[in-house]
Design a protein around this ligand. Structure first.
Ligand SMILES: CC(=O)N[C@H]1[C@@H](OP(=O)(O)OP(=O)(O)OC[C@H]2O[C@@H](n3ccc(=O)[nH]c3=O)[C@H](O)[C@@H]2O)O[C@H](CO)[C@@H](O)[C@@H]1O
Ligand SMILES: C=C(OP(=O)(O)O)C(=O)O
Length: 423
């Protein structure tokens, strides 16, 4: 297993290009199952999660070709497809559950393994299945699989009130309803940029969708969808992560392709912490001059609130702040596993349930640490960049799920970082 070695203490200057969003691409790819014509995605990130989704779609009978070093994904699913998403692939990645809506819409039935839990918490699907049941699907759990069948072979439009603005359920219901008979209304829908990106792509494929980006999305079912080419939206989590690099180390870095509307709640916290963010022609520029970061309180919420996927990285920053910050994690019940590792680096963190109290220290100290999940792994890299001495982050396969070329991107702005290959 590879590890990442960081020697801390450098200030950072230069630019970092931001990739297309993992969490958008993983929902756009299953949309190819909704049409027999080709769907091409440009600006795709080069990540292991994308390769896992490629494998899943191929196992269903779709063609997926990776072009231009993985930046372009050419997909097609003409001909017969399988409707069974196997546990062996689904267990590797929660986003595999996003084939349920498209398969049910296309074939009238599907058997999709329940993803089970993961390191950060349970990943239930009751909001997805309750919504599909309102659209006329009969769903039962057998042998760890959701067996879903549309009554009469076709889903029907319905008014669906979500108890929580679930991102995955909004995506599954949106895709399922594009080919349903009649109108579907999702109330309390998720408003994440990845939802808007999916709706934009589905519209390019001929779907009739309104209201994406608001809490009410209306989808008028159509008979069929056609091919399209779509550019994947910028990864707001990769963007926020690299915005924290100059914030924690000092310096000035321009994030190419960055957009303030993708990270506004996060930018408000950076501003309160004393980090300046400016819009440029090419993206966002983050500057941190001398002096310590100020402590700020953070609560994770659905978009447009502060994202759960940036909580671990923000904690790394606040470990060095002047004063005490309180972080509340409201989306996942077990998303503080980076805290014990940060404590090994000299951080002062007290975790109680969903609340972490972080009292800043003047300097973190390098240490061998272990990545426990995707965002935890990059938070340890950020902490290592600011720490005195060497930090070695083990289990970086978590990192490879969501960050392409981390070493090249950070060393390009002056960080001392390398990947140690295990033979
Ligand atoms: C609201 C939110 O921040 N969602 C995040 C979530 O999306 P993801 O789609 O994985 O999760 P959801 O938005 O569906 O779930 C958020 C919360 O709802 C609960 N839930 C979800 C579905 C369901 O059927 N029943 C249920 O109880 C989950 O347990 C969790 O507590 O993880 C992704 C990867 O980290 C992030 O990119 C998303 O921004
Ligand atoms: C936890 C994440 O992904 P997933 O939902 O695929 O586990 C993430 O993107 O931070």
């Amino acid at each position: 297993m590879d590890s990442i070695l960081v020697r801390g203490g450098k200030t950072l200057h230069g630019e970092i290009p931001i990739a297309g969003a993992k969490n958008a691409c993983l929902t756009l790819m299953p949309a190819t199952l909704l049409s027999e014509e080709p769907l091409t995605l440009t600006g795709a990130p080069r990540l292991s999660d994308i390769r896992t989704m490629t494998q899943l779609l191929q196992s269903l009978g779709a063609e997926v070709t990776s072009l231009q070093d993985g930046k372009v994904l050419a997909m097609a699913s003409h001909g017969p497809i399988s409707t069974r998403a196997d546990y062996d692939i689904v267990r590797k990645m929660r986003a595999s559950n996003l084939v349920l809506g498209p398969l049910l819409a296309r074939e009238g039935h599907a058997e999709v393994s329940l993803p089970g839990g993961c390191a950060i918490g349970a990943r239930p699907m009751d909001i997805h299945t309750d919504g599909l049941a309102k659209m006329g699907a009969e769903i039962e759990l057998r042998d760890g699989y959701l067996h879903a069948r549309a009554q009469g072979g076709k889903l029907k439009g319905a008014v669906i009130d979500f108890p929580f603005a679930s991102v995955g359920a909004t995506e599954n219901i949106m895709m399922a309803s594009t080919l349903a008979k009649g109108t579907t209304v999702i109330n309390n829908a998720a408003r994440e940029p990845e939802i808007v990106d999916l709706a934009t792509c589905l519209r390019a494929m001929g779907a009739e969708i309104e209201g994406d980006g608001t809490s009410t999305i209306t989808i008028e079912g159509v008979d069929s969808l056609h091919g399209a080419t779509h550019r994947v939206v910028t990864d707001r989590i990769e963007l926020g992560t690299y915005m924290l690099a100059p914030a924690i180390c000092g310096g000035e870095v321009e994030l190419l392709g960055g957009r303030i509307d993708l990270v506004s709640a996060f930018c408000e916290k950076l501003d309160a912490a004393g980090v300046s963010v400016a819009e440029t022609d090419r993206g966002l520029k983050v500057t941190r001059k001398n002096g310590r970061i100020r402590a700020v309180n953070v609560t994770t919420e659905p978009f447009p609130g502060f994202p759960t996927d940036l909580q671990a990285q923000m904690m790394a920053l606040l470990c060095t702040a002047d004063g005490t910050s309180v972080l509340e994690e409201r989306i996942f019940e077990n998303r503080f596993m980076h805290a014990p590792e940060l404590i090994r680096m000299g951080a002062d963190i007290d975790v109680h349930g969903g609340t972490a109290t972080v009292t800043g220290v003047k300097k973190l100290k390098g240490a061998p640490v272990m990545a426990t999940d995707l965002r935890a792994s990059v938070s340890l890299i950020l902490a290592g960049l600011a720490a005195e001495g060497e930090t070695r982050v083990a289990r970086v396969y978590h990192l490879d799920r969501g960050y392409e070329h981390v070493v090249a991107k950070l060393s390009g702005v002056g960080a001392d970082i390398e990947r140690i290959k295990e033979t």
